[in-house]
Design a protein around this ligand. Structure first.
Ligand code: ADP
Length: 219
C-alpha cells in the first residue's frame, strides 16, 4: 500500500522542482523528477533518451508510455515504499489513467493518501524565470540570474559544479511548452479536483513563502 503520494502540477518554471526538492528532504520521501529522469536518458544516449529529446526540444510531451515506464519503475522501487513526491508526472489525463491502472494492478492503490498540489503563478513572470534559469550539471540545484544568482558566475554555490542552461529554456520552446501545458496538463487539475484530491497554492512569492504555504496545505 502506498502511504503517501504527492503530485505537483503547475506550468513550466512555476517552481515545482525547487519546492519538491526541499519537501523531499524534509519528509524523507523520494523526489521523482520527470524532467531530470528524461534528461538523464538523453545524457546516457539511450533509445528512450533519443526519442524523448525530439519531443522535448519541440516543447511537446514525450509519448505517455515511454514516460510512464520510467516513472512507474521508480514508484515501485524500494526507496519509494513509504511514499513519493511526483514532479512532472502525470502531465495529462492519459498519464493519470496509466498511473491509476499501474497502482491498481499492483494492488497498491490507496487514494486516501493522495494529494495533488497545484502551483498558481502569474503567467507574465514565467518566461522571465525560464530564460534566466540556470542549473547545476552536477547536483541539479536551480538558480535564477536575476533573483537568485550564484556567488561565482557559472559555478554552483552548493557543490562547485558547472552551471548550464537547458536547451528547452529559450523563448521559442518555452512558448510551445506553455501551449502544451494549457492543452494537456491544465485539464488534469480539473480531473483531480473532481476526485477531491486537489489543493492550490499561490506560488508567486519567494520560494520560502511558497514552501510554508505548501506545508500548511499538506498537514
Ligand atoms: P518544466 O516543468 O519546466 O517544463 P520539466 O523538466 O519538468 O520542465 O520538463 C521538460 C520537458 O520534458 C517537457 O517540456 C516535456 O517535453 C518533457 N516531459 C517532462 N515530463 C513529462 C511527462 N510527464 N510526459 C511527457 N513529457 C514530459
Amino acid at each position: 500500500m502506498i502511504k503517501s503520494e504527492m503530485i505537483f502540477l503547475g506550468p513550466p518554471a512555476s517552481g515545482k522542482g525547487t519546492q519538491t526538492e526541499k519537501l523531499s528532504k524534509e519528509l524523507n520521501l523520494p523526489h521523482i523528477d520527470t524532467g531530470k529522469l528524461l534528461r538523464a536518458e538523453i545524457e546516457a544516449k539511450t533509445k528512450e533518451g533519443k526519442i524523448a529529446k525530439k519531443f522535448m526540444d519541440q516543447g511537446q510531451l514525450v509519448p505517455a508510455q515511454l514516460v510512464a515506464q520510467i516513472i512507474i519503475k521508480k514508484i515501485f522501487s524500494q526507496e519509494a515504499q513509504n511514499g513519493y513526491i511526483l514532479d512532472g508526472f502525470p502531465r495529462s489525463i492519459e498519464q493519470a489513467e496509466i498511473l491509476e491502472k499501474a497502482l491498481m494492478d499492483a494492488g497498491k492503490a490507496n487514494s486516501n493518501k493522495r494529494i495533488v498540489i497545484k502551483l498558481l503563478v502569474d503567467r507574465n513572470s514565467l518566461l522571465e524565470r525560464i530564460v534566466n534559469r540556470r542549473m547545476c550539471k552536477n547536483c541539479n540545484k536551480i538558480y535564477n540570474l536575476k533573483t537568485f544568482p550564484p556567488k561565482i558566475n557559472g559555478i554552483c554555490d552548493a557543490c562547485g559544479g558547472k552551471l548550464y542552461q537547458r536547451t528547452d529554456d529559450n523563448e521559442e520552446t518555452a512558448t510551445k511548452r506553455f501551449d502544451t501545458y494549457n492543452k494537456e496538463t491544465a485539464p488534469l487539475a480539473d480531473y483531480y479536483r473532481e476526485k477531491g484530491f486537489l489543493v492550490t497554492v499561490n506560488a508567486d512569492g519567494e520560494p520560502s513563502e511558497v514552501y510554508q504555504e505548501i506545508l500548511s496545505k499538506i498537514k
